[in-house]
Design a binder for this molecule. Structure first.
Ligand SMILES: [Zn+2]
Length: 554
């Protein structure tokens, strides 16, 4: 550990064989060397850190080697190879066009081109980030490229192929480098760790590989960073802490909670993640990607798009099996929508909470569909025996604990099923095991206040704090609000509130009725928004004024 050398430098590949993740490309280069079919100019394209410059250097060394191996690798022992490995070869010239992009820089380089090599056969000129050359530098370079001396080989490297002039492109052999696969990176990091006697958890290397986004150089430098942070014991936990990566376990847990339609659990998980300091946008986009990964690993055709390492693959597959494809489509859509709108959201935490609730409702909706079916059946029965059916037994109630008295869902026959919840009734969900604990008005108030206190939505908190919820017969809870605006806001939150009450009071039969208090104009106005709405009500032209001057309430 003490003499730990930065691995990005120490483990730079010295043969084509040791270049990770570019097998077909290195094989082609080796074949060209074996068959002595060298071009004068090559263009290496691809993302940063995937081995373009490394391959260029290996190529330069190999074509100058005195005793190349039969499969086209450098011997690494001859005088030429040693001069390359010790960075003292005169046959390789590197120019970083990002910082040396003038005509003079190119002239300085092309003037050397005429000089013959003293040792070995070829002089190799590597121009990195070649798309950064100025127009006149490009033109100056083109002349040399048109009539290169026999001993000169140019290797141009770029991350932005589309910026290279067609006249240059047409004179080069083009090699496209790929992003390096997660498993290739993990395998290589494992090798480096073993060489350095560093103990590593595979899941930790997986996170590093993902963070490096297909670049080996980045992967190695992140690895170095983590090694020094964790003092030689690289665990999943130290890696996610050090790299500020959200533990994917949270996504699995959120998905589980969503599948069980467990809104309180989702909200608590979110709270836990936020309390660790993760950014909301990061959580949402991570969740979107997670659903995407579940989707692609569901189908054998798309599993190639699944870029998560083998170690956690099984976990994903298991989770994917439990998600229907239609659910994943919809979940991705909702998550993406929230992701796009997040920036403009005034109450950011609330928008993620709403997302989670909507995701939970996706899982609840097949049940809704069943209810519709039941309604239709009921209507047909009604036609048959001409009887007014008011109560339909819920077919989704778990059989084991099924007590007919407790597994009843009310459905209004004369309403459209879509509107069945109205007016202001959130009907009980029966997906959770049936619980029917009696509770008192005091219990209700306590639960109610707890929910209000933990809410970060100030408006909701205010609204809830002066509502005096009343427990009526049959676990119906009546909540009276002051105006339609409050009712709307409260209604948006009522599924979550109902879920919370149901779980803390252990009673799934709870119904939440929202009523608007009859205006008596002696009411107290609490928030600025309420005051504003009251004033608009008195004098509607106020609204125009506010819009005209683009005013807003703080
Ligand atoms: Zn050699």
């Amino acid at each position: 550990m003490n003499n730990y050398i930065v691995s990005a430098r120490k483990y730079r590949p010295s043969t084509f064989h040791s270049v990770v993740g570019q097998k077909s490309l290195t094989t082609t280069l080796k074949n060209a060397i074996i068959n002595n079919k060298l071009a004068h100019a090559y263009l290496f394209c691809g993302p940063r850190g995937v081995g373009k410059t490394t391959c260029a250097r290996i190529f330069a060394k190999t074509i100058n080697c005195f005793h190349p191996t039969p499969d086209g690798e450098a011997c690494n022992e001859c005088e030429s190879c040693r001069s390359f490995n010790e960075n003292r070869s005169l046959n390789i010239h590197e120019l970083d066009a990002a910082s040396n992009n003038s005509v003079d820089d190119i002239r300085a380089l092309t003037e050397q081109v005429r000089i013959m090599p003293q040792l070995g056969r070829y002089k190799v000129y590597i121009i990195d980030e070649v798309h950064m050359l100025t127009q006149s530098a490009f033109n100056a370079f083109l002349k040399t490229l048109e009539e290169p001396p026999h001993h000169a080989v140019f290797i141009l490297a770029t991350t932005e192929k589309h910026k290279i002039l067609p006249t240059i492109l047409s004179r080069c052999q083009i090699y496209d480098f790929n992003r390096i696969g997660i498993n290739d990176i993990v395998e290589y990091l494992e090798y480096v760790a073993k060489q350095e006697n560093i103990s590593c958890e595979l899941e930790a290397l997986n996170i590093i590989a993902q963070k490096a986004d297909g670049g080996m150089r980045d992967a190695l430098s992140i690895f170095d960073q983590v090694v020094s942070f964790s003092q030689g014991n690289v665990t999943y936990k130290t890696v996610i802490e050090n790299l500020n990566v959200l533990d994917y376990d949270y996504y699995f847990r959120i998905t589980d909670a969503v599948l069980q339609n467990d809104v309180p659990k989702c909200l608590l998980l979110l709270n836990e993640i936020l309390s660790k300091g993760f950014d909301g946008q990061h959580i949402i986009s991570g969740l979107a990607l997670f659903f995407r990964d579940l989707l692609v690993c569901k189908d054998p055709q798309t599993i190639v798009l699944f870029e998560v390492g083998d170690t956690v693959k099984e976990k994903y597959l298991e989770s994917a099996r439990r998600c229907e494809t239609a659910f994943l489509y919809k979940a991705m859509e909702l998550t993406n929508e929230t992701d796009l709108n997040y920036r403009y959201s005034k109450n950011k935490k609330f928008s993620i909470e709403l997302l989670l609730i909507r995701l939970c409702q996706l899982k609840a909706s097949p049940e809704e569909g069943d209810k519709k079916k039941i309604v239709i059946e009921a209507i047909e029965n009604k036609k048959a025996d001409n009887e007014d059916i008011k109560i339909v037994k819920d077919s989704n109630a778990p059989k084991a604990s099924a007590d007919p008295g407790k597994s009843i869902t009310r459905i209004r026959l004369n309403d459209d099923p879509e509107q069945a919840g109205k007016p202001e009734t959130v009907s009980s969900q029966t997906e959770n095991p049936i619980q029917n604990q009696p509770f008192s008005q005091e219990d209700l108030i306590r639960s109610w206040k707890n929910y209000a206190n933990q809410s970060e939505d100030v408006y909701l908190k205010n609204t809830m704090s002066y509502i005096n919820p009343q427990l009526k017969d049959d676990y119906k809870i009546e909540a009276e609000v002051l105006n339609p605006d409050q009712a709307d806001h409260f209604r948006e939150n009522s599924p979550a509130i109902r879920e919370y009450l149901a779980s803390t009071l252990r009673n799934n039969c709870i119904e939440l009725d929202i009523k608007i208090k009859i205006e008596d104009h002696t009411q107290t106005l609490f928030t600025d928004k309420e005051k504003y709405l009251y004033m608009v009500d008195k004098n509607p032209s106020l609204k125009n004024l506010v819009q005209e001057f683009n005013l807003r309430l703080d």
